[in-house]
Design a protein around this ligand. Structure first.
Ligand code: CU
Ligand code: ZN
Length: 177
């Protein structure tokens, strides 16, 4: 119950922040979206993800902290639902074209395959990648309404269906700005 109350109060604060930012700045242009990643599966990993329309693709900028150094799989998953403690609610990789899993620049790959992010010794990492075939605007390939998932292990970019990247350590729902 205490936990539910604190979640409600955080939600209330976030709503307040949104109202303040709407009031304090001119309306943002379309073509941008973001996600705030929360810890899952008992991890300490958190982060942010920003998405911008860039020509026929989307530029994703993902920043992670509180993670173990090394390479970690990162994907857009089908469902914008991070409610499960292990983020299983996010479903499988975002795959509107029914393709096989792979590297983001390989053919084939899931539309949601973002490859790996490198975490430094300080537990932080940043990945900036432009992925063709995704959009921020509404449509079958839109990132909005999907979930960004950071994994415990490295995505080997070939195992099916998800690169053998292990547990889901952080998850955030992508929302239009
Ligand atoms: Cu994933
Ligand atoms: Zn995949």
């Amino acid at each position: 119950m205490k936990r539910i109350l604190s979640i409600l109060s955080i939600a209330g604060m976030m709503a307040g922040v949104v109202l303040v930012s709407l009031a304090g700045s001119p309306a943002k242009s379309k073509g941008e979206a973001m996600a705030t990643l929360e810890s899952k599966s008992g991890s300490t990993v958190t982060g942010t993800a920003k998405f911008k329309q860039k020509g026929d693709g989307v530029e994703a900028t993902i920043e992670i902290k509180g993670a173990k150094p090394g390479q970690h799989g990162l994907h857009l998953h089908q469902n914008g639902d991070c409610s499960a403690p292990d983020a299983a609610s996010a479903g499988g990789h975002f795959n509107p074209d029914n393709k096989a899993h792979g590297a983001p620049d390989a053919d084939p790959h899931h539309a949601g395959d973002l490859g790996n992010i490198t975490i430094r010794n300080d537990g932080k990492g940043k990945l900036k990648i432009t992925v063709k075939g995704l959009t921020v605007d509404p449509g079958p390939h839109s990132v909005v309404g999907r979930a960004v998932v950071f994994h415990a292990d490295t995505d080997d970019l070939k195992s099916q269906p998800a690169g053998n990247a292990g547990a889901r350590f952080a998850c955030g729902v992508v929302k239009a700005e």
